[in-house]
Write a protein that binds this ligand. Structure first.
Ligand code: GTR
Length: 327
């Protein structure tokens, strides 16, 4: 009798806890590499707030900023595998995982930031998003990361010959290593968090990034020449684990997507402001920046980078051409 009672009691407890697991709010963990006050950090906090609000508390998101949960390539793997639910990622380190997404890492593929957003909103954007989704990352919205330019501690860069012999940090992606090699430099793939020290100690001579990251990381303190090559315009995503997203009801999917899109609107406004503020700040601190009058030699030098990408991904030629044909 005692045994029977306790078994059924135990069964009831199991049933009850199973019920409460499904009914309980989902708690997501989110990754972001940037510091407090950075446009992406503010926008991801806003996203967390909107997710809770729009899902009526059914989904809550705890954000971990400043790359505290690991490097970007590791975090991308974590979100793909479900160790983390969501992240704000640059498409640069996603490229090695999803070939369609790697198209945005072809140097000079976009004319400018508005062109990039027009592409993302069209058929090419859908192909990129589908390619990422197939690899376990659903992009809910696109963030702005401006244009990336070269910086170093010794001289302004005006022509590819100025890059020759320079050791330049790049993000983890063979396209970027190829890009530096074609300019005659030595590429050094490295995690974002290590770049300041590497520049300071001369492990690398230079790096490349947009104005806000050049400023927020303090790289401008140790590499005071910023040359506006604008060779890469790479979008960023709010990316969620595909299984987590696909398990949501349609209402919940819509709520989370809406929250991401609203956060992107905020991020893009803040981005424009921060680009100007960062440029002003580093200039006041003594940074010497220069326009590059003739970018054609940089663009011409990238032909082998395109050829290699297309040789490895022949099926993606139409995607490249679609982007190039997009007005
Ligand atoms: C920043 C970007 C980061 C990271 C970083 C880097 O502009 O927002 O996600 O990719 O560049 O250079 O590693």
């Amino acid at each position: 009798m005692y045994k029977k009672l306790s078994t059924s009691f135990f069964g009831a407890v199991v049933a009850l806890s199973a019920w409460s697991v499904t009914a309980a709010a989902a708690e997501w963990r989110g990754w972001n590499i940037h510091v407090d006050g950075y446009p992406n950090t503010i926008a991801m906090d806003k996203f967390a707030e909107l997710v809770a609000e729009k899902t009526g508390g059914e989904i809550t998101l705890q954000m971990f900023h400043g790359g505290t949960l690991g490097s970007q390539p590791d975090a991308i793997e974590q979100v793909r595998l479900g160790g983390l639910e969501i992240g704000n990622f640059n498409l640069g380190p996603i490229g090695p995982v999803a070939p369609e997404a790697n198209v945005v890492s072809l140097p000079f593929i976009f004319k400018d930031v508005p062109h990039m957003f027009r592409v993302l909103e069209g058929d090419a954007g859908k192909m990129i998003a589908d390619g990422m989704t197939a690899k376990g990352l659903v992009p809910l919205a696109w963030y702005d990361a401006g244009a990336r330019s070269f910086y170093n501690g010794t001289k302004p860069i005006n022509a590819p010959a100025d890059v020759a012999g320079m050791k330049v940090r790049v993000m983890n992606n063979d396209l970027y290593s190829g890009m530096i090699a074609e300019l005659g430099g030595n590429p050094s793939p490295m995690a974002f968090a290590e770049v300041y020290q590497a520049l300071k100690t001369g492990v690398v001579d230079g790096a490349e990034n947009n104005w806000p990251s050049y400023e927020s990381t303090g790289h401008f303190e140790v590499a005071g020449y910023y040359s506006l090559s604008q060779h890469l315009i790479i979008p960023e995503c709010v990316c969620v684990n595909a299984d987590v997203f696909n398990a949501l009801s349609d209402d919940m999917k819509a709520a989370v997507t809406e929250a991401a899109i609203e956060s992107a609107t905020l991020q893009r406004q803040l981005w424009t402001e921060r680009e100007a503020a960062s440029q002003e700040k580093v200039t006041a601190a003594g940074v010497v920046s220069n326009e590059i009058a003739d970018k054609a030699p940089f663009q011409a030098a990238m032909a082998p980078v395109y050829e290699n990408y297309l040789a490895a991904n022949a099926d993606l030629r139409p995607l490249v051409e679609l982007i190039q044909a997009t007005e």
